[in-house]
Every structure is written in C-alpha cells, then in structure tokens.
Design a protein around this ligand. Structure first.
Ligand code: NAD
Length: 495
C-alpha cells in the first residue's frame, strides 16, 4: 500500500493551505489548491491517501459487488441453457484482488500528490489555534503546521449501537465486512440502507444466509417506495429474512449455529444471540456475524475545531456557507463533516469550491442535484426531487414512467424488473427528479442529473436520440411517456 510521505524532517512546516483529511473531498481540495499555485500540506491518519471511500468503502465494495454479480449471472444463466458448477471461492485470492484494486488507486493518488508537490503528512490533525495545527503520528511524533488557510475534510465514522458487544470480532462495521475475514453461515445486517444492502448483496452471493433488519417501513428509506420495490422483491426471494419496522433490542454471545467458512470461521463456534422488537420478527435469533450499518456520524468534534474558533453544531456537523467557509473566514469545511448526503461525489465538488475560494476565486457550491446510487442487485438510483418529497412539500409534478419489461435491452440481460421514472414541473415541463431501478441504474442516473443541471425539459430528453438497444433509452422513453408521444407503450389518452 502506498505510504503517505512525511516531509523530510518533522518539526515546523508552513502551509498556504492545510487540508485535514485525504478522502475524495480532501485530496481533490489539496490537488486543486496546488494547481492554483498554493503550497499545500495534506494530512491524514491512514497509511494511504483516499480516505474511507477509496481504502475501506466505495472502491473495495465495488470490486466485491462485481464478484457477486458474476456469481449471480452464472447462476441466472442456468435458466437460459448455460449451466456452470457452484463457484469455488478462494477468499484469500478474492481479498487480494480487491486489495490490489485499492492499492493501484492509492498508489496513483500518491503519484498525483508528488507531481503537484503536495506535502503529505501521516497523522491525526488537530487545530491548536486559528492558524496552527498539530499532526500527531502513530509513534507520537508531532509536526506543527502553521497555515494561512485550512480546509477541514475529516469525514465521518460508523454509528455504533451501544447495546451491541462491539469488541466482539463477529460484530462488524462496513470496514470489517469488507475485510472479508470469513463468510458466515448466517449474517444479520442491521440497517437496510445503502451500506447494509450492498454488503448483503456481496455476502449473499458468497454463500451466507442473510437477514436484514430495518427500523423504518421500507428499505432505503430515502428513495421512493416504487423504485425500491423491485429490489425488495428480488432480495425477499433470496435472503433468509427481511424485517421492516423492527428494532434490534439487544445482542449477546450465545450458542452458535455452526461454523462458517474461511480462515477465522472455526474459532467462531458460538454465535451472537440477537433480540428483535417488530411485527414479523422473532423474539430472538442466532447469527454467526452481525453487520451494523445504521448510518454514519460526522467527525466534526475530532479536529479540535473549537481551538480555531470554528463552530460545530450539536450533531457534530460544521456549518458552512455556499463557498464552504466556516464561521472563521479562512477556514473551510467540506464533505461528510458539513452535512448530508454523505457521498464522495458531493465531497469532491465541495473540495474544488473550497480550494478555489481559498485561492481567491469566486466559486460557489451551486449544484442543483446530488445523485444517489445503491449498488445493489438490482441497482437503485435517484436524483433531484423524489415523489415522496414532492408530495410532502406540496411541489406540483407530472410523471413519466417506463417499465423495463418493455425494454429489449433489459430483457436480453434476463432482467425485466427495472423501472425508470422521471418527474417534471408541470408548468415549465422541466425535469426536476428521476428514480431508476435495475441493472446499471447507477450509470443511467447521470444523464438525468445532467438534464436537471442543464434545465432540460421533457422534449429535450425525448428528442435526444438514445442509442438502441440500450437501457439509456428508458430515460428518453419516460420523457415520451410524460409527453404522451410514446409508441413503445400504449397509454390511454389523457383527458
Ligand atoms: P444509511 O443512512 O444509508 O442507512 C442506515 C439505515 O439504517 C437506515 O435505513 C435507517 O433507517 C436504519 N437504521 C438506523 N438505526 C437502526 C436500528 N437501530 N436498527 C435497524 N435499522 C436502523 O446509512 P449507511 O448505509 O450506514 O451508510 C452511511 C452513509 O454512507 C450514508 O450517507 C450513505 O449514503 C453513504 N454511503 C453511500 C454509498 C453509495 O453511495 N453507494 C455506499 C455506502 C455508504
């Protein structure tokens, strides 16, 4: 793994711009600031650049999700005349491949930092005052960094449930789940949000019997129910149990269900006895491993912000303006630490804005929409206003829907459960929101985000020639459905 380089000597260094945190937001801010002529110091406690997303989040999970998809496809093809044997899974090799993907990217980032002469410091950064910070290395060595401007990009941490035996190594957070130490026979996923369902997808295909427990009355509560429904149906048929509107009330080490597979499995003979409170859930059940994925909390309190006079709110977020400035004019904050959604692509855009403003440019974070994607099977993606939000806020909208059962491309992939839904402002006919579910929905949502940014209306989208046969056609066809010009479906005429 590429090590973050320390400056030649520890001691005092000066930064035009100090960036605390080297996740996608932090390294983007550092690189952009350097490109604008600033002298930049980038500090992070991890051995490699890239933060949670690159090291233990977005990227390794996508490698494992790809493996999961391949396993699923080989099984699905059995119904269409091509039979493979059961997969022979070499966990060490799979883990090695995943780690290799990460190392290649972190190595690339280290190279980009070197080329830009961004000094990287490995250690935990804390403000001492409004112009001074200390970066403390794992061995206790301290580098003092004086700075003209600073960008806080300290990210977030997984929420821990107080009643879980959190020191038990069978209780995992997303990092532990991605380590892939073993595949449990029975896995409980607490939290039916994005992390929980992505990791459930991986572990299910690797052979675990998965149960998901979600507090709310639907999976991925931020997305529209009709968009989530095909995913819910798909996994309901495959997973052991899905408990909605259910709380986990306790967990303790108890009798096991047997051993899992993989290198630690034999030592895990005992299981975790978990109690539930909710309709349809049993009083308790026993699992070999439990993944806790109930959200993340901002790391706003961990950087000594108060020493610099930077306000941190009750929840640990650092309030900023449209230029990413905190209440202290020369200190900026970006990414998870400034508020939801906690998404890498939001952080990178905010990082660019902070770097440009720090370098004297008049930049603003004025994106209209931030798309969200759950890389589950099928994928769920949305951008802009959801139907649930529009209804709750009384925002008028018109809707164009195209079911993928009428898409030749979807059928040729052996998948017909997908759906594309576009929401339009009824007066201007401009696109205001989109929701998609199906294979590759995460790629398709980009077109809709672009259309919203460009102020595209239904005709702009419908009259854009989409290549045939692709899933992208479903976006154009949804706009046609809204316009009433669609020929690929028969929709009774509106009065
Ligand atoms: P999340 O907020 O997406 O989902 C957490 C889920 O847990 C929610 O559905 C919530 O209702 C449920 N929950 C909360 N407390 C619970 C409890 N006690 N018992 C049962 N369920 C409970 O959070 P996450 O999945 O942990 O992800 C954290 C953050 O990381 C999110 O902001 C997410 O958007 C982001 N993330 C994004 C991606 C991606 O873009 N693909 C991937 C991973 C994570």
């Amino acid at each position: 793994m590429a090590e973050i380089e320390s400056p030649a000597a520890r001691g005092d260094v000066h930064a035009g711009v100090l960036v605390l945190g080297a996740g996608p937001g932090g390294y983007t801010a550092a690189f952009r600031a350097a490109d604008l002529g600033q002298s930049v110091v980038l500090a992070d406690q991890r051995p490699a650049l890239g933060g949670v997303c690159l090291n233990v989040g977005c990227i390794p999970s996508k490698a494992l999700l790809h493996a999961a998809r391949v396993i699923a496809e080989t099984r699905e093809m059995a119904a269409h005349g091509i039979r493979f044997g059961d997969p022979d899974i070499d966990l060490d090799a799979l883990r090695g491949w995943k780690d290799g993907v990460v190392s290649r990217l972190t190595g690339g980032l280290a190279g980009l930092a070197r080329q830009r002469k961004v000094a990287t410091l490995r250690g935990t950064g804390r403000f001492v005052s409004a112009n001074l910070a200390e970066v403390t290395a794992a061995d206790g060595g301290v580098t003092t960094v004086s700075f003209d401007r600073a960008i806080i990009a300290a990210g977030s941490s997984a929420v821990r449930l107080p009643f879980m035996p959190n020191d038990d190594r069978r209780v995992l957070d997303s990092t532990g789940a991605l380590d892939l130490a073993s595949v449990p026979r029975r896995l409980l996923v607490i939290g039916g949000g994005i992390i929980g369902l992505e990791m459930a997808t991986v572990y299910h295909e690797l052979g675990a019997r998965v149960t998901v427990v979600e507090l709310m009355d639907q999976l991925i509560p931020g997305a529209d129910r009709d968009i989530v429904a095909p995913l819910a149906k798909h996994i309901k048929a495959r997973y052991e149990n899905i408990y909605l509107t259910t709380k986990v009330t306790g967990a303790e080490a108890g009798a096991g269900t047997g051993t899992g597979t993989g290198k630690h499995a034999d030592k895990d003979a005992g299981g975790l006895r978990v109690s539930f409170d909710g309709p349809g859930a049993p009083d308790h059940d026993v699992f070999d491993q439990v993944l806790v994925a109930v959200g993340r909390v901002p790391n706003g309190r961990l950087v000594g912000a108060e020493n610099a006079g930077v306000l941190v709110d009750d929840r640990g977020y650092i309030p900023v303006d449209k230029q990413q400035r905190t209440n202290v004019a020369h200190i900026f904050a970006i990414g998870d630490v400034v508020g939801p959604p906690m998404l890498a692509h939001k952080a990178t855009h905010e990082g660019r804005v902070a770097a440009e403003v720090a370098a004297g440019q008049r930049s603003y974070f004025d994106a209209r929409v931030i798309p969200s994607v759950a890389y589950t099977d099928p994928e769920v993606a949305w951008a802009g206003v959801t139907e649930t939000e529009a209804r709750a806020a009384g925002v008028p909208y018109g809707k164009g829907v195209f079911p993928w059962a009428a898409s030749g491309r979807a059928l040729s992939l052996g998948r017909d459960e997908g759906m594309t839904k576009l929401l339009f402002d009824p007066a201007s006919k401009r696109l205001i929101g989109a929701g998609l579910v199906g294979p590759n929905a995460g790629e398709l949502v980009a077109e809709t985000a672009h259309a919203i940014e460009m102020g595209a209306d239904a005709a702009d989208i419908a009259l854009t020639i989409h290549p045939h046969p692709t899933l992208s056609e479903t976006v154009g066809l949804s706009a046609e459905a809204f316009e009433g010009t669609i020929t690929d479906l028969y929709l009774p005429k509106r009065k």
